[in-house]
Design a binder for this molecule. Structure first.
Ligand SMILES: Nc1nc2c(ncn2[C@@H]2O[C@H](COP(=O)(O)OP(=O)(O)O)[C@@H](O)[C@H]2O)c(=O)[nH]1
Ligand SMILES: [Mg+2]
Length: 190
């Protein structure tokens, strides 16, 4: 039987990781902030004609949980790395903190998808008055710099986009695995 794909959501606290996952799973969004310690959710999705089993790991962004967090996502097959488009510090911490932590934590090389959240809030007057929002171009540059496999800007108001992001991440792992198995078959059963 095919191994379950582990997909982890990583990034600063408050950037919207848990709500992104809730949005994908069709669960009610949580308006008030409820810090995550760590949670796992089993699900499945269909890629082509294949049913793929997935385990989502939703991690805590706070530094006081760093040891628990690193244990929780060490076995990831793919990472959804999030920052908030209206929180420049969370963007800067992608290369300063999150990429080094991911490299220390996940021993194999796994695909990383960079996601800018809170897209719907970028155009809000009160946000623009008090912060310099992160542009799409800055997000794309960062994705290139960290060698991410993709970059997306989204928000929980666009469930279609959220669904595409998660499916893209899972599909990337699925096809890598299929290609690897095909190569093995070609070598041993040609
Ligand atoms: N407007 C808006 N609010 C969001 C969005 N995503 C998350 N939030 C809010 O941002 C806060 C933090 O979200 P949460 O998912 O708990 O962040 P986490 O700590 O990264 O898991 C909560 O108050 C959410 O309601 C979004 O796309 N748009
Ligand atoms: Mg959370």
């Amino acid at each position: 039987m095919r191994k379950r794909i582990t997909c982890s959501l990583v990034g600063d606290a408050m950037v919207g990781k848990s709500n992104l996952l809730r949005c994908y799973l069709g669960k009610t969004l949580i308006d008030t902030y409820a810090p995550t310690v760590f949670s796992t959710i089993k699900d499945s999705l269909t890629v082509g004609k294949k049913q793929i089993k997935v385990k989502f790991v939703d991690t805590a962004g706070q530094q006081e949980y760093s040891r628990l967090r690193m244990l929780s996502y060490a076995k990831s097959d793919v990472i959804i790395l999030c920052f908030s488009a209206i929180d420049r510090l969370s963007y800067e911490r992608i290369s300063l903190l999150w990429i080094p932590e991911i490299r220390r934590t996940v021993k194999k090389k796994v695909p990383i998808f960079l996601v800018a959240t809170h897209k719907d809030l970028k155009s809000e007057g009160y946000v623009r008055r008090c912060t310099r929002v992160v542009s799409k171009e800055e997000g794309e540059e960062l994705a290139e710099e960290i060698n991410a496999d993709g970059f997306f800007e989204t928000s929980t108001t666009d469930s279609c986009c959220v669904k595409k992001i998660i499916e893209c991440a899972i599909t990337a792992v699925h096809y890598n695995r299929t290609r690897y198995l095909q190569t093995l078959k070609n070598v041993f059963f040609k």
